[in-house]
Ligand binder design. Structure first.
Ligand code: 3HC
Ligand code: NAI
Length: 701
């Protein structure tokens, strides 16, 4: 028997223990070990078998690193058949998270018990996959078709108590000793002569499914699919669970799982899974870097960002003090927080009592003396360097030694802000994305003097508040916003060259972006970009540059907030509508600039918008602003809604081939000028070598 799986008798109960740190993934040795243990138990004195795990969690799924490699026996479905066919009841004992193949193992068992803190789920959709070991067939049989569809297409884990209500778990056990509780539960089942409950024996009455249910589900999912094919295939599998006998349903699931494992979408999403975890690691920081305790936080500025950031901390039970300039601004800031929580309560996603307890954690003040004892300060006041420096000088004078002082600035120089204090080692950027309580990305900006433990603590606290962290060095706009300049520039240039706003945005949305750049400008307010551009001295003096954004702002068409920008907005529904006035205006401006408009292909729209991202990404890598290409992908997927199914801009570039990207950039340089199109030396080098960003990253270590 393999070392990672052990089997021993505890009286009349056989106990199989899996021990494959860190998350007990179902690597080949684990599958083999479980198979052999179940076989062994058939011939010994055991009357029931408990399947449990060592370490922090029950099996968290198939071993994702094995996907795309030649399959190794035994296949997971064969292990599950052995469990299901056991002549003695097999009881899964769940703690931590039983996910994907791990939860599917437990569904093949005859009974499932779990500690109250456990969660179960089928998150395969997040990897561009579907549950490939019976999950799509067994969950609808126990929990119903609707619940199964929701669980499997959302990938959201479900807490043990709710899972019991849904029939997915039989028993929630009390106490800390799960093994003992599971053995006791197994003994009860033996004593009661409990049957070998096999989920496969349940049939679903097709008449219980309302006509058109699956078609509607497909349509709804297609709307938010953003280039993903897995949700559609999941619907097909659940439909098979209703219409076909178990074995044929399993066969269908297997076929569709095999299709997805080979798909470029899944490869891209698996890349993002590992990229996200890699991004949390700082290359030159020892793993055992000590952490500072963060028990109380202050937020300076309770505007759009400050309120959302305060919520992030209250949501994990960390008290927050919001600092504002006067009582009125403070009231407004706290009011917005309350309003945001109320929306969540209205949606049924939080109870009134939970809202109140979170609000109790957020207090307000206009006096800096009240934040002398906090462990972390996050400044989110207006985007003005002098104001920020002034605030940091004040924080330096007020806050206790050892407090971490962070700025949420989008563009300002973090080092200049740090140098306004006598403790630049305690200062860094913590750049949240709007809305801060929702968006997953946190750019952690390392100043020239930021101390190691400040960085390590920031990464840890970012994870604690549910963010995905990526490290950036200091530069204008850090990783994400710096790359955005060329993307926005080309979106606007394309208008002058002959596109309508709808053409540009729909092409990018068709690619999978959550929202096209022009519609995004309208949402954020066109004046934001306008003001930011005015503060820049490094942009070429060219009337074509950001022309339409400028013209619209000067006409007071600021976007959604004024009801019109690149589009007009229906005052009732806020639906975006193409505006013939803008389309005529674009033509006029192009004529004034002597630009001959032409038909532009979708291919060119994608290249003109995305290749500047890739090129700037390459510069960011060679300058050491980002640690790795995959960190840039994480920034774009989680901060800018780049489709995960395309893997982020740098992964996407590798798929196109860097030589193709480089050649096209050179062609654009010859056509549109060197001011805008100048291939990054790293891109040139890798293109000429026939290499990729992934290979370059591997060489860097
Ligand atoms: N396979 C391989 N490695 C895995 C893994 C998996 N299923 N799950 C986690 N890991 C690795 C991570 O890459 C990480 O490695 P690192 O330390 O080298 O970076 C390490 O385990 C720890 O992972 P986390 O940092 O994510 O640990 P957390 O404690 O934050 O989270 C978790 C634990 C909730 C289990 C999280 O790891 C997770 O969500 N894992 C993936 C679960 C999943 O997607 N399962 C479905 C797999 S597909 C499948 O089962 C197909 C089946 O239907 C046939
Ligand atoms: P905002 O204008 O909504 O809020 C700023 C708040 O700071 C106001 O409520 C103001 O009263 C308060 N304030 C000003 N001076 C202060 C002082 N001396 N002490 C205490 N409070 C003070 O601005 P927003 O959008 O929240 O931006 C804040 C920061 O976050 C800026 O640096 C911005 O660049 C950055 N940021 C903004 C994003 C966005 O999408 N809005 C995204 C990421 C970062």
């Amino acid at each position: 028997m393999s070392q990672v799986v052990s089997y021993e008798l505890h009286g009349n109960i056989g106990v199989i223990s899996v021990n494959n740190p860190p998350v007990n993934a179902l690597a080949q040795v684990v599958r083999e070990g479980i198979l052999n243990a179940v076989k062994q138990a058939q011939g010994d004195a055991s009357e029931a078998i408990v399947l449990r795990c060592e370490g922090r969690t029950f099996i968290a799924g198939a071993d994702i690193t094995e996907f795309g490699k030649p399959p190794m026996a035994p296949a997971l479905p064969d292990v599950l058949t052995e469990i299901e066919n056991s002549s003695k009841p097999v009881i899964a004992a769940i703690h931590g998270t039983a996910l994907g193949g791990g939860f599917e193992v437990s569904l093949a068992c005859h009974y499932r018990c779990a500690v109250a803190s456990a969660k179960v789920g089928l998150p395969e959709v997040n990897l561009g996959l579907l549950p490939g070991a019976g999950g799509t067939q067994r969950v609808p049989r126990v929990a119903g078709v609707k619940a199964a569809l929701d669980m499997i297409t959302s990938g959201r884990p479900i807490a043990a108590g709710k899972a019991k209500d849904m029939g997915l778990i039989d028993e929630v056990v009390a106490g800390d000793d799960l093994q003992a509780a599971a053995i006791a539960y197994a003994n009860e089942l033996v004593k009661a002569g409990a049957p070998l409950k096999r989920i496969r024996d349940i049939t679903i009455d097709p008449a219980s499914i309302e006509p058109g249910f699956f078609e509607t589900a497909r349509k709804n999912l297609a709307k938010r699919a953003r280039g993903q094919i897995a949700p559609d295939r999941i619907v097909s599998c659940i439909e098979a669970a209703v219409k076909l006998p178990m074995d044929e349903g399993l066969q269908r699931e297997r076929e569709l799982f095999s299709e997805l494992v080979k798909s470029p979408e899944s490869a891209a999403m698996r890349h993002i899974f590992f990229a996200e975890r890699q991004a949390a690691k700082i290359k030159d920081l020892p793993k055992d870097t000590p952490l500072r305790a963060i028990n109380k936080v202050a937020i300076i500025g309770g505007g759009t960002m400050g309120g959302g950031i305060a919520m992030c901390f209250a949501n994990v039970d960390i008290p927050v003090v919001m600092v504002e300039i006067n009582d009125e601004a403070l009231e407004r800031g706290l009011g917005i927080v309350r309003k945001n929580y109320s929306i969540t309560v209205k949606k049924g996603k939080m109870s009134e009592a939970q809202m109140e307890s979170r609000l109790e954690l957020i207090s307000g003040t206009t006096d800096y003396a009240d934040i002398a004892d906090v462990d972390l300060v996050i400044e989110a006041v207006f985007e003005n360097l002098d104001l920020k420096k002034e605030i940091f000088t004040k924080l330096d004078a007020t806050c206790k030694q050892g407090a971490i002082l962070a700025t949420n600035t989008s563009y300002q120089d973090v080092d200049a802000i740090a140098n306004a204090t006598s403790r630049p080692q305690d200062v860094l950027g913590l750049h949240f994305f709007s809305p801060a309580n929702v968006m997953k990305l946190l750019e952690v900006v390392r100043g020239a003097k930021t101390a190691d433990d400040v960085l390590a603590t920031s990464m840890a606290i970012g994870k604690k508040i549910g963010k995905i962290c990526a490290l950036s060095r200091v530069c204008y706009g850090f990783i994400g916003n710096r790359m955005l300049t060329g993307y926005g520039r080309e979106a606007q240039m394309l208008l002058l060259d002959g596109c309508t706003p709808t053409q540009v945005d729909s092409t990018l949305e068709g690619f999978g972006m959550a929202m096209g750049p022009l519609a995004m400008g309208d949402l954020a307010g066109l004046d934001v970009g306008y003001k930011a551009r005015q503060a820049r001295t490094d942009l070429p003096d060219d009337p074509k540059l950001f022309r339409m954004g400028t013209v619209l702002v000067e006409m007071d068409r600021l976007g959604q907030k004024t009801g019109a920008g690149y589009y007009k907005y229906d005052p009732e529904t806020r639906a975006r509508l193409a505006d013939p006035e803008v389309e005529a205006l674009i033509k006029e401006e192009a004529a004034k600039l002597g630009i001959e408009q032409r038909e532009i292909s979708e291919e060119e729209i994608l290249q003109r918008c995305f290749y500047p991202l890739i090129n700037e990404g390459a510069l960011i890598l060679e300058e050491g602003i980002a640690q790795r290409p995959s960190d840039i992908d994480v920034v774009y997927v989680y901060g800018y809604a780049f489709p995960a199914a395309k893997g982020g801009p740098m992964f996407y570039a590798d798929q196109i081939g860097l030589k193709n990207v480089y050649d096209k950039i050179c062609e654009f340089r010859d056509r549109y000028g060197e001011d805008y199109w100048q291939p990054a030396p790293l891109l040139k080098e890798l293109a000429e070598k026939g290499s990729s960003f992934a290979e370059w990253a591997a060489e860097q270590g």
